[in-house]
Design a protein around this ligand. Sequence first.
Ligand code: INI
Length: 166
Amino acid sequence: MATYLEGELVTGKARVAVVVARFNEFITERLLDAAIDAFRRHGGDPDAAGALTVARVPGSFELPVAALRLAQTGRHDAVVCLGCVIRGATSHYDFVAGEAARGINQAGLATGVPVVFGVITADNLEQAIERAGSKQGNQGAKAMSAAIEMVNLLKKVGGPAGGASV
Ligand code: INI
């Protein structure tokens, strides 16, 4: 008999930290609003003590170091990283987007705490807007849902817990 494991989209007592980049804040604040809303819609109370922590960083390049530190505290079951990198707006797009992705992945692997990539990488502002609450949904809501699913999956898997107890 096979064993099938999957995480429910139920916030429960999960404690989630969100790191949000100020760069392109017109977009990233929409991602943050949607992430908090998703936390609530999945049954969480963002105002409960320790349930939701929001940390702001200058740009997407700084997301990994803040995510790593938050994950290392042991006070959060998942960390959601939100940012927006627009190709048209920078010649160092590839460095910022690439290092953000690499560092966010590393922060999760180093700590065992799910660290979710909620960074929009877009060719232009129109594409970014599409992923921040119009045609393509909202990357912030998707990232929060992914975090909650991962918290619940890892709870079922067991083993060494990286985050807070849920
Ligand atoms: N940061 C972003 O989050 N998005 C961008 O599109 C961007 N551009 O265009 O350069 C950006 N740059 C800032 C970068 O993330 C760092 O904050 C900065 O280089 C200081 O380390």
